[in-house]
Design a protein around this ligand. Structure first.
Ligand code: RIB
Ligand code: CA
Length: 315
């Protein structure tokens, strides 16, 4: 049986690779994309969502435009040094012909989830602003959603936005706090596992043995991303943070989850956006999520490459 998912996203190079992996995976029915501020501003994240679907011959999938700012802060944290000024590296995507739906992402999420109780999983792979506001606007949303599979946080791993905070959570810690404590079943995919899933230059070249606009896009989109990692992290490759969320459906055996009470620092100080686990259970609070703490990263990358090659054969 296929899993119905909506991806809430700030495309973003690894976000775009996630859409392609979802479209290349028969286990998944990609119902929609909802855009949010994050790696780049909302105009570009929304445009990129439409344009990548068009590139992949999937313009039939609806896109709803979401929030352009975090809940409290009046500015968004751009990741253009990582994802390029347009958010998809050096890739040149044509202006999309398709348009967003005539509904805000918050209302779109509420309507889609409430129309099919316990059927739709939402995969937030950007800041959690849309999700938090859907929970706040319509309490039935939290009851009717099947689960959230969130790319975000760093538990035992250092941060990538600050030494203590991962980008998606740091970009809107108040939203993360609302989501973490809404009582929704959550699987968290933190940096602890995503940094073990590196797509290398050689992997990109292997995919490009197949002549396809998808292969070209992957090469052009990851070029800036890989250079960033080479320059700042000293390794050849880019972490497939967002695509790893889909392993919960297409290869769950590759992930090992542990249950913890996870909270987020929103005090605005030096550790703002830090996500931490109550390992010693000192708070006496029950676990609020399953956290992926181990991954068979090489096998995930092999699966990703294989699925991209299959997609490139078709497009
Ligand atoms: O920290 C990694 C996350 O931040 C990913 O979702 C990436 O796309 C950026 O949004
Ligand atoms: Ca993202």
């Amino acid at each position: 049986m296929t899993s119905k998912i909506i991806i809430d996203t700030d495309p973003g190079v690894d976000d775009a690779l996630t859409f392609l992996l979802a479209l290349a995976s028969p286990e998944i029915k990609l119902e929609a994309l909802t855009s949010v501020h994050g790696n780049i501003g909302i105009e570009n994240t929304t445009r990129n969502a439409l344009a990548v679907l068009e590139l992949a011959h999937a313009s039939h999938i609806p896109v709803a435009r979401g929030c352009e700012l975090p809940i409290i802060s009046r500015s968004y944290n751009s990741g253009k040094n990582v994802h390029g000024v347009k958010g998809v590296g050096n890739a040149e995507l044509p202006e999309p012909k398709s348009k967003v739906v005539n509904q805000h992402a918050i209302d779109f999420l509420i309507e889609k989830v409430n129309a099919e109780p316990n059927q739709i999983s939402v995969f937030p792979i950007g800041p959690l602003t849309n999700i938090a506001l859907a929970i706040t606007k319509e309490p039935s949303f939290a009851k009717n959603i099947k689960e959230l599979v969130i790319m975000g946080g760093a538990i035992k791993h250092g941060g990538n936005a600050t030494p203590l905070a991962e980008f998606n959570i740091y970009a809107d810690p108040h939203a993360a706090h609302v989501v973490f404590h809404a009582g929704i079943p959550i699987k968290l995919i933190p940096l602890d596992v995503t940094y073990q899933c590196l797509l290398t230059t050689a992997d990109v070249e292997e995919i490009n043995q197949i002549k396809s606009p998808i292969a070209t896009f992957i090469k052009d989109a990851t070029s800036v991303y890989i250079n960033f990692y080479k320059q700042y992290e000293g390794f050849d490759g880019c972490a497939l943070h967002d695509p790893l969320t889909l392993a919960t459906i297409i290869a769950p055996e590759l992930l090992t989850f542990e249950e913890y009470h996870i909270d987020v620092d929103m005090s605005g100080g030096i550790s703002n956006g830090n996500t931490f686990a109550d390992f010693m259970k000192v708070s006496k609070k029950p676990a609020n999520m399953q956290v992926a703490m181990q991954v068979r990263g090489k096998e995930f990358i092999e699966l990703f490459i294989n699925r991209m090659e299959n997609l490139c054969q078709k497009i």
